[in-house]
Design a protein around this ligand. Structure first.
Ligand code: SF4
Ligand code: SF4
Length: 242
């Protein structure tokens, strides 16, 4: 589905976040505080990446046939991990261990849609070497964990993570506003796992159905949320008239 107004809002949100990041890179260099993000270190792309549905909806038509295949092929495993988990933490852990990296990672461990990646991906700026982005903290010895936490600058990072707080906070605000704009237009706020949301658009044409004012799609999404609570979050906007 294409929605030019939504595309403009997303482009503007990306610009705001990219400008903030550029400023932070400049400050970091000047103060000798390293940021470690480089092309080809895809450890952060093994996290369960969440985004707003409008971002996935705009991204889906830009995927190549190969990327569509990679996304669709991943969906049964995500459904299985979601069904097997008894709480969110367990899901996130098994996702990291078993889901594999994002299907949009290329062979060089770079994002194959870098310019189009969601705000949540753009927002990760690491103040520690990339190896730390792949660590399962539950498996660390308590002393190692404590040493790591004590080494973090709590004024800069989104504690207890080692990622800069400012881009994460800005991305969260921008995502919220995209979700609200979408809900005002289409009567429903949708967010969730990036791969899952891409699958929803590719295989169930959620955006197209909302645009066609298909009333059944919101009820269907609410049912999907009940089945896959760690992959999809849906809030119906009350009193919305198609
Ligand atoms: S967040 Fe971590 S893994 Fe991702 S690009 Fe930055 S340093 Fe590399
Ligand atoms: S969309 Fe790109 S940056 Fe984001 S998780 Fe996937 S490969 Fe990584």
């Amino acid at each position: 589905m294409t929605d030019p107004r939504l595309e403009q809002q997303i482009a503007s949100a990306r610009r705001q976040l990219d400008d903030t990041n550029a400023e932070l890179w400049q400050i970091s260099g000047g103060q000798g505080n390293d940021l470690y993000c480089r092309p080809g270190c895809g450890n952060c792309c093994t996290l369960a990446v969440n985004c707003s549905f409008p971002e996935a909806m705009i991204l889906a038509p830009k995927l190549s046939a190969e990327q569509r295949h990679a996304v669709t092929e991943r969906l049964p495993l995500l459904a299985q991990l979601c069904a097997a988990a008894s709480h969110l933490k367990e899901f996130l852990r098994s996702y990291r261990q078993q889901a594999g990296g994002c299907p949009l990672l290329d062979e060089q461990q770079c994002c194959s849609l870098y310019a189009e990646r969601p705000l949540s991906c753009r927002a990760l700026l690491s103040t520690r070497p990339a190896a730390w982005c792949g660590v399962d903290f539950a498996s660390l010895h308590p002393h190692e964990k404590q040493a790591f936490l004590s080494s973090l600058d709590a004024d800069l990072v989104a504690f207890p993570s080692h990622y800069l707080a400012r881009p994460l906070d800005l991305a969260a605000t921008l995502e919220l506003s995209l979700g609200d704009e979408f809900a005002n237009e289409y009567g429903v706020k949708i967010s969730g796992n990036l791969v899952w949301l891409l699958g929803l658009e590719l295989n169930s044409q959620v955006g197209e159905r909302l645009l066609r004012q298909d009333r059944g799609v919101i009820e269907w999404l609410l049912e999907q949320q009940e089945r896959y609570p760690y992959l999809l979050q849906v809030t119906k906007r009350n009193h919305h008239e198609f």
